[in-house]
Design a protein around this ligand. Structure first.
Ligand SMILES: NC(=O)c1ccc[n+]([C@@H]2O[C@H](COP(=O)([O-])OP(=O)(O)OC[C@H]3O[C@@H](n4cnc5c(N)ncnc54)[C@H](O)[C@@H]3O)[C@@H](O)[C@H]2O)c1
Ligand SMILES: [Fe+2]
Length: 346
């Protein structure tokens, strides 16, 4: 792991020892940066390739398979992949790396410990802070039948480069939603039943950084970018040995049915979770107001019984999240009726 302002300039040097003869490095760059200075700073050598990742939707298994197959057809073997962008681009890079060496479709590996072989060398470089995708052992993909990660020991990046300068121009709403993903990771980990000293150590630090940025400070400056990047890292480490909770479980249902994105979806749900995380929801509402952010309301208005049932099924399927949040008896606490009432309020 490398951290520091300007560390992006070291990428050429960092990846050099991992170049294998004439096999290229492939850079996945968030399409927001097409034509921007960051894209011209990508250290392309010989037959290296840059692919602008379309992250209009969260990554799909079909998109991962398409990219991996194109690279196999064009080059056979590649030296590695470098993912530069938000959580979606980093996840895409992780998944393509794995699909360069594992047969079949990425949908075959959605689950836990199904990936058979290490992928090609992979580097993660975030341009938005909060998801923790830079440290996690998963890459979240929407497949033909489910939205589920490729969770495995082969999934984490070999190298990450944390350069807070890359997050400077992120739009404030998006930056808040993704930053709150981190805040919510901390709350759900620290107040969960799976908590342990490892998760607590990282979770407390990440939470403190989030509070310094969103509660104590007035306005956004470089120091906020520095802190949020480390909060994202520590928040991701915290959930590596625990689990997320109610907001994530409920927002997965929204994502599946309505395509609601991870960061904003978590905010929409967390805003209504006073029963489960009273103090944190109060603080969340304060942060929303202080930072002038809009949280969409009424997104489930007009949905049919069938729609609600689909979301409830997806959400209740996230068993470890509910168990972490509510304990072993979670099934008697979060009934279908209760969850339906919660979805109706969103
Ligand atoms: N693997 C994991 O552990 C993990 C954890 C949480 C979330 N995720 C995934 O991460 C994704 C969400 O990631 P995210 O919240 O970082 O957002 P994102 O990657 O979806 O990007 C959101 C938007 O911000 C733009 N963007 C990115 N960097 C920018 C910058 N510096 N300036 C301006 N615009 C910029 C993108 O083009 C996009 O339009 C989801 O696909 C989710 O499933 C993965
Ligand atoms: Fe998250």
């Amino acid at each position: 792991m490398i951290y520091g302002r300007g560390s992006f300039n070291q990428v050429d040097e960092i990846i050099a020892p991992h170049r294998k003869s004439m096999n290229p490095m492939v850079f996945f760059v968030d399409y927001f940066f097409e034509g921007k200075p960051l894209a011209s700073g990508v250290p392309l050598r010989s037959n290296d390739k840059i692919i602008f990742a379309d992250v209009t939707h969260e990554p799909k298994t079909t998109y991962v398979d398409l990219l991996a197959n194109q690279l196999k057809d064009e080059f056979g073997i590649i030296s590695g992949v470098v993912g530069i962008g938000g959580g979606a681009t980093m996840d895409l890079a992780k998944a393509v790396s794995l699909m360069m060496t594992n047969p079949g479709s990425s949908a075959d590996y959605q689950g836990w410990d199904l990936v058979k072989f290490p992928g090609v060398y992979k580097v993660g470089i975030p341009t938005l802070s909060g998801t923790g995708a830079e440290v996690s052992r998963t890459t979240v993909l929407t497949g033909p039948t489910r939205k589920l990660g490729m969770n495995s020991d082969f999934t984490p990046f070999d190298q990450i480069v944390l350069d807070p300068a890359l997050t400077k121009n992120a739009p404030s709403n998006q930056r808040f939603y993704t930053g709150m993903d981190c805040y919510i990771h901390c709350i759900e980990s620290l107040q969960g039943t799976y908590l342990n000293e490892f998760s607590k150590s990282y979770g407390e630090k990440a939470l403190q950084l989030c509070q310094e940025i969103y509660v104590d400070k007035n306005g956004w400056d470089d120091d906020c970018d520095d802190k949020l990047m480390m909060a994202s890292y520590a928040g991701g480490m915290s959930i590596a040995y625990s689990q997320v909770g109610v907001a994530h479980a409920v927002s997965y249902g929204l994502a599946f049915l309505l395509g609601t994105k991870h960061g904003i979806g978590n905010c929409i749900v967390f805003d209504k979770l006073e029963e489960y995380y009273p103090a944190a929801v109060k603080e969340f509402k304060y942060m929303v107001e202080k930072n002038n952010i809009e949280i969409p309301q009424g997104i489930c208005r007009g949905l049919s019984d069938e729609d609600f049932n689909k979301m409830i099924d997806v959400s209740l399927g996230m068993k470890p999240l509910w168990e972490n949040a509510l304990g072993k008896d979670w099934e008697s606490i979060i009934t279908r009726e209760k969850l339906r009432a919660l979805y109706e309020r969103l």
